[in-house]
Design a protein around this ligand. Structure first.
Ligand code: ATR
Length: 290
């Protein structure tokens, strides 16, 4: 759909965050809407903490079809919604809102998106030994979905208390033991010697600090699959080092597209065009680099 074709029946979607300027979600979703010729548009909204309640009220009053919620509002938004999906409630974070006749329902598509992406890559996480770096919001979504699928998790975090808190939440919800360790070289070495998959959920290596890496490259032993949820740059130093050693890698662009595809399906009822979404993200990231 072209901009001149917007009418009163055009459905509105968007993303609410602070900051939101560098989000590639508008490019990704608008490319998907165009590809399927859907009468939808997706816009970015920079909303501060104080303005969040007003923004959510606006979604309802202006009858948006839905929005994505990003940093730092994924937990703060919950009290303003009418209903919350069980998985999102357990994780304590909503990244997608759907408006159905002015009833706002919150979902977490990060977690199922991550799982879907693993399955597409031919990885069945059940019983796999998985090391997760970080214990923030993104780590929680990933750890919950993996624990639910029966993975054996070790969480390593700079501040041990946060890793322990996440391990405790998993024990409480899934009755499953999770190892929590302080993120240091010794613990990393011990953990990686006995892991099949490594997932970086921290911001280390993200633009503009693209040369940073948490894992000494010699610890990336053969047989390990390395996943980084950072999508800018698409290939972090961690993934470059892993590729050099011939390891299987998965990058954050795939995860971004996977969570976006589930949100797209919730808003439109249609199957998301994954390839178009991925190339729109890649183009947007490139434009941002130039
Ligand atoms: P998100 O919701 O994106 O996961 P977050 O809740 O701010 O963001 O979590 C960021 C994660 O990156 C945390 O695990 C953080 O470690 P701490 O909990 O110890 O702060 C981790 N992180 C950020 N910078 C880091 C660094 N320089 N070294 C190690 N870990 C870092």
């Amino acid at each position: 759909m072209r901009i001149e074709e917007i009418t009163a029946s055009t459905r509105l979607c968007g993303i609410i965050g602070d900051p939101v300027e560098h989000s590639v979600s508008p490019a990704m979703h608008n490319a998907a809407f165009s590809h399927l010729n859907l009468n939808y548009v997706y816009l970015p909204f920079h909303v501060s903490k104080e303005n969040l309640p007003g923004a959510i009220a606006g979604i309802r009053s202006l009858n948006f079809k839905g929005v994505n919620i990003t940093v730092p509002h994924k937990s703060a938004v919950i009290p303003y919604l009418d209903e919350i999906d069980t998985l999102a409630e357990g994780i304590g974070a909503v990244n997608t809102i759907v408006n159905e006749n002015r009833i706002l329902r919150g979902y977490n598509t990060d977690a199922p998106g991550f799982l879907h992406m693993l399955l597409l890559e031919g990885i069945d996480p059940s019983q796999k030994k998985i090391a997760i770096l970080g214990a923030g919001g993104a780590a929680k979504a990933i750890a919950f979905i993996l624990a639910d699928k029966g993975s054996r998790l070790t969480i390593l975090n700079r501040h041990l208390e946060r890793a322990e808190k996440l391990a405790g939440a998993i024990l409480h919800t899934f009755r499953k033991d999770v190892v929590a360790r302080e993120l240091n070289e010794k613990n990393l070495r011990v953990t990686l010697e006995d892991s099949e998959i490594l997932i970086n959920t921290t911001s280390v290596g993200m633009f503009p600090h693209s040369t940073e890496i948490l894992v000494p490259p010699d610890m990336l032993r053969s047989g390990l699959t390395v996943i980084d949820i950072i999508y800018n740059p698409p290939k972090t130093r961690l993934l470059v080092e892993a590729e050099k050693r011939g390891l299987k890698t998965i990058n954050g662009v795939d995860m971004l597209v996977a969570q976006g595809a589930i949100a797209f399906n919730l808003w439109t009822g249609k199957e998301a065009p994954l390839l178009e979404m991925k190339s729109a993200v890649t183009r947007a990231l490139k434009a941002y680099e130039d």
